[in-house]
Write a protein that binds this ligand. Structure first.
Ligand SMILES: Cc1cc2nc3c(=O)[nH]c(=O)nc-3n(C[C@H](O)[C@H](O)[C@H](O)COP(=O)(O)O)c2cc1C
Length: 365
């Protein structure tokens, strides 16, 4: 689609989602847009956000208002980052670099996936706001540290260790659509690093536990990485307040409340419902970010009101990329930023620090 004629621009992220769904082949749509199992968690992420009511306020002084902020040293025009997502060139050849350019143009941040199909230096050259690199535990300390060092050399300023996906979720939609990575597409930034070696799964339940147990990091590994990595480490995929406390104790520089966009454990709590307990457990020691189900600027506002310092956006960026390449991703982010500003104006919030729990109306439940 061309975005040259303004009257044809999609009006909302929902429009982009519908267009992406119509344009993508069923298998690619299943990989990028669907979730695990019966998609209860995928739906709950959006539904639980929608249950929170921003409370309009009258006649507030909005002069000098701004959404600008700093998140762990990143200076952003708004508390928004693109979430790490694998293999973006499947949606458009612009891929990760195109999204990095889009994020930079809109003044928001981006976390590059460990499963980026494009080299990290190239991505950062196209969009310097791609400031954080996501990694998985690569099955051992050496390989994980080598990846951390690659990220530091490429100029990233923080690492995001994802801890919620030691095994793939069971993704019914992907399985029935027959999704498989096309030949030639791979996680190029992991080239030459030892990858977790799984024994082939033949029979018996315990085999799964054995396969996972020897590639999973323990808290002592996380603490080791936090102590020795050349960059601060945030932990992504925290839902339980005890895990949030452990993360802080292990030396994490930040916590990202996330259920991987409902792609791993179906039935897990929505991110927004888990956020308040995590914020309380962290007690201001480190920044708390969240992702999952953010589809409107008002959702960003809802998450900030419940204590998030910033939010990450996943699938909507894929929708924009699939519909109109880097320009589509950029427009999706712009729509979110405009909607956030309008929500702030209508609730009488001049700056991000004005957005508190009191800005939400009484719960309907
Ligand atoms: C297609 C796709 C690929 C993803 N790949 C990764 C990844 O490589 N690493 C990671 O930590 N999270 C990954 N995620 C999870 C996102 O970072 C994020 O947690 C989630 O998408 C947020 O929910 P939302 O899509 O509802 O905004 C992926 C999500 C999607 C949709």
């Amino acid at each position: 689609m061309s975005l040259d004629t303004p009257e044809r621009l999609p009006a909302s992220l929902a429009d982009y989602q519908a267009l992406a769904q119509a344009n993508l082949s069923p298998d690619v749509a299943a990989y990028f847009l669907r979730g695990a199992g019966a998609e209860q968690t995928l739906r709950a992420n959006a539904e639980d956000l929608a249950a929170l009511r921003p409370w309009p306020r009258a006649c507030k002084d909005l002069r000098g208002g701004s959404t600008a902020c700093a998140v762990l040293g990143l200076s952003l025009d708004a508390p928004l980052l693109v979430a790490p997502m694998a293999y973006l060139p499947l949606l458009d050849p612009a891929g990760e670099a195109g999204v990095a350019a889009a994020a930079t143009a809109q003044g928001v941040g981006m976390v590059l996936s460990a499963q980026s199909a494009q080299p990290m230096d190239h991505v950062r050259a196209e969009g310097s706001n791609c400031g954080w690199m996501q990694l998985y535990w690569l099955g051992g300390r050496d390989a994980t540290m080598q990846l951390a060092q690659r990220a530091a050399r490429a100029g990233f300023s923080a690492l995001v260790l994802t801890v919620d996906a030691p095994v793939h979720g069971i993704r019914d939609a992907e399985l029935s659509a027959g999704f498989a990575l096309p030949p030639g597409l791979r996680a190029v930034n992991l080239d030459g690093l030892a990858q977790p070696q799984f024994a082939p799964l033949t029979s018996g339940e315990s085999l799964l536990f054995d396969r996972v147990a020897h590639v999973l990091p323990g808290w002592e590994d996380v603490a080791w990485l936090c102590r020795n990595a050349p960059l601060p480490v945030l932990l992504k995929g925290i839902l339980h307040p005890d895990d949030a406390r452990q993360a802080v104790q292990a030396g994490a520089a930040g916590v990202i409340v996330s259920n991987h966009g409902g792609r791993v454990l179906d039935g897990a709590p929505s991110s927004i419902s888990a956020l308040p307990a995590v914020v309380a457990a962290v007690g201001g020691a480190v920044p708390v970010l969240m992702d999952g189900g953010i589809r409107r600027g008002v959702d960003v506002f809802r998450a900030l009101a419940l204590g998030a310092d910033a939010v990450l956006i996943g699938r909507p960026v894929c929708h924009g990329l699939a519909v109109a390449g880097a320009l589509g991703a950029s427009h999706v982010l712009r729509l979110l930023l405009d909607e956030l500003e309008v929500t702030m104006a209508l609730t009488g919030c001049r700056t991000l620090s004005d957005i508190t729990r009191d800005c939400l109306g009484p719960s309907p439940f």
